[in-house]
Design a protein around this ligand. Structure first.
Ligand code: BEZ
Length: 218
C-alpha cells in the first residue's frame, strides 16, 4: 500500500487469518466461529448503498440453502456496529429481509487488511467485494474479488460451494461449468497401472485416458 504497509493477500490453501472483532451478534474470535464448519466470509464496500443492499439481502434470502449445506455466513464492511444495526433494521423495513448473519464492524480496517480486501487502486476507504470460502479445517479454499460497481452472482457462489464440498467428498475434480448432477472428472492416472484401469473402464465417458468423466454414485 502507498503508506509503506505491506499488503497481505491470503491465498488459496492458507489458514484463515485469526482475529477478534465486534459483529452484529456480539464479539467473535474467528477461529472459534469457523471451527468445524464451512464458512463464507464476504465483504461489501459500505452500508446503505444500493449494490451492497441487493447482495447482502440476497445472502439472507438464501439462508436455508447455506444451512442445508452446513455453511456459516459472515459479512464485513468498514462501517461501525451502529451503522450495521441501522442498515439491518432499514433493510428489514424496506425489503422485509432480515440480515441475521453476523456482520463485522471493521472501522480500523484490521480484518479487511488481514484478508486483502483493501485494493487501494479501487478504493482507499472501502473494502472491495470479496468472498472467502473456508473449509471446516480453517483453510481458505476459494477466493473471489469483485470491484465496487459489479455485484456478485449468488448462483455462482452456491455452485462453487457445492463444487468444493463435492470435490472433497468424492476426491474428484470438476470440469468447466460443472453443476450438481453432472459427471465429474476422474483424477488423471499417475502410474501405468492406473492408466490401464482407466482405459479398461467401459463405464467412463472418455476423451482419452487423462480426460475421463464418471457419474457420482452415493
Ligand atoms: C453500492 O453498493 O452500490 C456501491 C458501494 C460503494 C461504491 C459504489 C457502489
Amino acid at each position: 500500500m502507498e503508506n509503506g504497509t505491506k499488503t497481505i493477500m491470503p491465498r488459496i490453501g492458507d489458514k484463515a487469518p485469526e482475529f477478534e472483532a465486534m459483529t452484529t451478534i456480539g464479539k467473535i474470535k474467528f477461529s472459534e466461529f469457523i471451527k468445524g464448519s464451512w464458512t463464507i466470509l464476504f465483504s461489501h464496500p459500505a452500508d446503505f448503498t444500493p449494490v451492497c443492499t441487493t447482495e447482502m439481502s440476497g445472502f439472507a434470502l438464501e439462508k436455508d440453502f447455506f444451512k442445508k449445506h452446513k455453511t456459516k455466513l459472515i459479512g464485513l464492511s468498514i462501517d461501525s456496529i451502529h451503522s450495521h444495526l441501522a442498515w439491518v433494521n432499514n433493510v428489514e423495513s424496506n425489503l422485509n429481509v432480515y440480515m441475521d448473519f453476523p456482520i463485522i464492524a471493521d472501522l480500523d480496517m484490521k480484518v479487511a487488511s488481514l484478508f486483502g480486501m483493501l485494493h487501494p487502486g479501487e478504493s482507499q476507504t472501502a473494502a472491495v467485494r470479496a468472498v472467502f470460502f473456508i473449509d471446516p479445517n480453517g483453510i481458505i479454499r476459494l477466493i473471489m474479488y469483485y470491484p465496487l460497481n459489479v455485484g456478485r452472482n449468488m448462483k455462482e457462489i452456491q455452485r462453487v460451494l457445492i463444487a468444493l464440498q463435492t470435490a472433497d467428498k468424492y476426491k474428484c475434480a470438476l470440469p468447466l461449468d460443472w453443476k450438481p448432477g453432472d459427471k465429474v472428472i476422474v483424477p488423471p492416472p499417475k502410474t501405468l497401472k492406473e492408466m490401464e484401469t482407466v482405459i479398461a473402464d467401459t463405464e467412463l465417458e472418455k476423451v482419452d485416458f487423462y480426460l475421463a468423466k464418471k457419474e457420482l454414485r452415493n
